[in-house]
Design a protein around this ligand. Structure first.
Ligand code: SAM
Length: 281
């Protein structure tokens, strides 16, 4: 878990990623600060990372390095899917995942974000969100992701879980029940990709998640990527499907305009180090 966060004292914003270590940003300007019904939202300007979004004092996205995280959440699943027509994003109020989805010729993409204030703040300070939401294929729902999938009559080719960490409103998006419900709204041949936390910091949680995901999906793989501002090194994601094995896809459908993901990265990202394999065995 990200343990404790001490945020902007207007000169410096710190995130304690463990009780004894963390990351700090010099604050050039505080651009936005608001306490919503769900969380404290802050956007600061930093010389190196540009605009940085914090929720409850934890870094969610930065202008400089967001492409590592967003491309790797979205592209392995979208590029592996036979026909990604209908795509659901749960969370992801900063809009980076939606922007990546819309690089594909999808029919429709839903963004289901619980916090209207995150959308408002990000529309103002992260221009890709406004651009993506004005795409006629995009539909925004302000709703709890868990409620949305319980009620929806839609079925999806790809579901992306772009949640925050398993504390507060996001906790529910990391649980077994949630994945069970997601599976029910997946079309045949569908794929789920979910952010699942830091490889080293959340090792125990990966082990627990691996146990129930393996029982639920014929193909359940972890993959990983570096995200410079996320805690303790390498970041992990889950790739889940009953039909599509990302390591057996012959032709990845890679869209133009990417900065991180390519065919070599796709294959390499599914390789896991010894300690991680042991934890998820
Ligand atoms: N991947 C980033 C990270 O790990 O730091 C976070 C991306 S995004 C900003 C996470 C979003 O999920 C937030 O905007 C938050 O409001 C939203 N969220 C949290 N719980 C949710 C829920 N139950 N349903 C829908 N959205 C939720």
């Amino acid at each position: 878990m990200k343990v404790k966060a001490v945020s902007s004292n207007r000169k410096e914003a710190r995130e304690y990623q463990t009780p004894s270590s963390g990351l700090f940003f010099k604050v050039k300007n505080v651009l936005y600060e608001k306490k919503s019904k769900y969380q404290k939202i802050e956007i600061i300007q930093n010389d190196f990372y540009g605009r940085v979004l914090f929720l409850d004092g934890l870094v969610q996205t930065t202008e400089k390095d967001e492409f590592f995280y967003h491309e790797m959440l979205v592209q392995p699943a979208l590029c592996s899917c036979r026909q990604p027509e209908r795509v659901l994003i749960i969370g992801g109020g900063d809009g980076g995942a939606l922007r990546e989805v819309l690089k594909h010729s999808v029919e429709k993409a839903w963004l289901v974000e619980i916090d209207q204030e995150v959308i408002r703040a990000c529309e103002q300070y992260f221009p890709w969100l406004e651009a993506s939401l004005s795409d006629p294929r995009a539909e925004l729902a302000i709703a709890d992701g868990f409620d949305f999938i319980q009620k929806t009559k839609e079925r999806f080719d790809v579901i992306l879980v772009d949640s925050s960490d398993p504390v507060g409103p996001s906790a529910i998006l990391h649980a077994r029940d949630f994945y069970f419900k997601l599976k029910k709204v997946l079309r045949p041949g569908g794929i789920i990709a979910a952010q699942s936390g830091s490889q080293l910091l959340h090792l125990k949680e990966h082990g627990q998640k691996a146990k129930f995901l393996k029982k639920m999906f014929s193909i359940s793989r972890f993959y990983s990527a570096p995200v410079p501002t996320y805690p303790v090194g390498t970041w992990c994601y889950n790739f889940l499907s009953d039909q599509i094995d990302p390591l057996k896809v012959k032709k990845l459908r890679i869209p133009a305009g990417l900065k991180y993901y390519n065919e070599e990265i796709h294959r390499a990202s599914f390789a896991q180090p010894v300690f991680f394999k042991q934890a998820i065995r």
